[in-house]
Ligand binder design. Sequence first.
Ligand code: VGL
Ligand code: ZN
Length: 198
Amino acid sequence: MSHALLVIDVQLDFCPGGALAVPEGDAVVAPVNAMMPGAGTVVLTQDWHPAGHSSFASSHPGQPAFAQVIMPYGPQVLWPDHCVTGSPGAEFHPGLDTSRADLVIRKGSNPAIDSYSAFLENDHVTPTGLDGYLRSRGVTRLTMAGLALDFCVAFSALDAARLGFAVTVRQEACRAIDLDGSLARMRDQMRAAGVTLA
Ligand code: VGL
Ligand code: ZN
């Protein structure tokens, strides 16, 4: 009956000035830090793409950033180059208290498949291993926060709910991209999946 805090992608490229800046992305740092002492287990995720990743618009000649394409595994939004392995933008926000982390899990490293969710890549079948880590520690309840609410937080919350975890998303500790109504759409999907939006 143990509890874990899952902090999604609080990285410089998702903060103001970054390559894929989420409006007010840096505003999540203080509330996320404040949640850490109360959590039994703290897991941080890090979006971590090799240069030339297939989710980058720059890898699709003629396609602009934020266009949607069909990949072998389904629809995929094309993003500006972001969170490239080892680049400054892939680092955590310097204000994030990473010393509290029990586990840091990196995702999106497969050049051919994007991974919004901390649990499964965007093909919805390839696991990251996080499910096994949490289960082996007896975790049944998850609180989530971070960036972006309507992409990586939402996909992680949906997968976690499907995997049987009791999931609460702390919206005051999240910020959204909101691309073509994605925020309202993902909030509806999370509610329908039984995720608590706090
Ligand atoms: C994210 C788009 C691309 C996120 C990651 O962290 O929400 N969004 N890669
Ligand atoms: Zn990404």
